[in-house]
Design a protein around this ligand. Structure first.
Ligand SMILES: *Cc1c(COP(=O)(O)O)cnc(C)c1O
Length: 379
């Protein structure tokens, strides 16, 4: 069976977790602090804050920006449902913009028609690791005074060229970027998330909010030679990452360049083997983007039925997934007012499939997938 995805975890990660277990400090502590420093350095961000997952990272981003009832937040429906859910949890209103079919990302040409005087923020998704057109998006956001949160859940290791310079996603392009370390992403800590920002005040708020609003962290009290009484200065949450997760994350960070290089090699093989198939649309990078290829999404020819193709591939021992979901089609969003047609989002969900891709995927396995896809398209 060829799986849709597989994390690359080995002795290094197991040993790192073991050392933390035996150290006697397993909750948020020195490993989390080191993971934050190393992640910030890797993506070129002044500040990083580790949290329990990307969903809580997005929630802290909205909370720190003071977004609540009466506010509108622009995003895409075509994303994992957490992107829309966090807006609802704040009591704010998600406003969905359609995607462009080439990159599966927010269509910046459709962005401005969704802006009203109540628009406070945009959550822009770098879907499947493909960077969104941040130059176009930021020009609009800055002109209209709207904060930008990057849902970079899938995009650790992706790069974008802005103002002539390549930089990792997570460098200060928008105001805040949020990452996921779920096993379906490129690096994993089991569960985990990270916020990066250039804004020291926002970073201070994230670190307060993730830890019950506690003025003095337990690590400081633990190592202090004098008695310290903490205060609880805001209504916070418990969104902490553990030191075991962070220790694993640090080893995963060391692997990241290699993991991305290997995924890019798998994607290049797919492009070569599937490139000349009539009616099959392959993903491609704009000149200013380098994807980490968290997923490899192909648009099927219109004459093929998505479910039938997926079943045929499964019968051959190849796991696939349908295109990224659309939140507006799910029950909690049925009553939501829609400002624009989301036709490309719906087509992407209904007409695309994700092919297996992971760092350790062998050339034989990707060739097997390509041959099976070819057989479907030529059927
Ligand atoms: C995976 C994902 C999330 C949620 O990440 P978790 O760490 O599982 O909470 C949010 N947005 C997008 C686009 C994702 O792919």
């Amino acid at each position: 069976m060829i799986p849709i995805a597989a994390p690359l975890l080995a002795d290094e990660e197991a040993d790192a977790a073991r050392a933390v277990v035996l150290s006697g400090w397993v909750s948020q502590g020195p490993q989390v602090a080191a993971f934050e420093r190393e992640f910030a350095a890797l993506v070129g961000a002044p500040h990083a804050c580790a949290v329990s997952n990307c969903t809580t990272a997005l929630q802290l981003a909205l909370t720190a920006l003071d977004i609540g009832p009466g506010d509108e937040v622009i995003t895409v429906s075509h994303s994992f449902i957490a992107t829309a859910n966090v807006i609802r949890h704040q009591g704010a209103t998600p406003v969905f913009v359609d995607i462009e079919p080439e990159t599966y990302n927010l269509d910046c040409a459709r962005l401005e028609e969704a802006v009203t005087e109540r628009t406070r923020a945009i959550i822009v998704v770098h879907q499947m690791g493909m960077p969104c057109d941040m130059a176009a998006l930021m020009a609009i956001a800055r002109r209209r005074g709207i904060a930008v949160i990057e849902d970079a859940a899938c995009a650790a290791g992706s790069q974008i060229r802005m103002n002539g310079e390549w930089a990792p996603i997570g460098a200060p392009h928008g105001d805040i970027a949020c990452f996921s370390f779920h096993p379906r992403k490129v690096i994993t800590t089991g569960e985990g998330g990270m916020l990066t920002t250039a804004n020291a005040e926002l970073d201070r708020k994230f670190k307060l909010l993730r830890q019950h609003g506690m003025s003095v962290p337990d690590t400081v009290r633990h190592s202090s030679s004098s008695v310290i009484f903490e205060e609880y200065v805001v209504v916070g949450y418990n969104y902490r990452m553990t030191d075991m997760q962070a220790a694993i994350g640090r080893r995963q960070l060391e692997r990241l360049p290699d993991l991305v290089a290997r995924r890019r090699a798998v994607a290049a093989r797919y492009a070569e083997q599937l490139g000349n198939l009539e009616g099959l649309r392959l993903p491609s990078e704009p000149a200013w983007a380098r994807s980490n290829w968290q997923s490899y999404c192909v648009r099927l020819p219109d004459r093929l039925d998505q479910r039938v193709v997926m079943q045929h591939l499964l019968d051959k021992g190849i796991a696939t997934r349908r295109g990224i979901m659309c939140a507006h089609r799910e029950q909690p969003y049925a009553g939501l007012n829609r400002r624009q047609e989301l036709r490309q989002s719906e087509l992407a969900q209904d007409r695309s499939i994700l092919l297996p891709i992971y760092a350790q995927m062998s050339a034989e396995d990707s060739a097997r997938v390509s041959a099976a896809v070819r057989a479907e398209v030529e059927r």
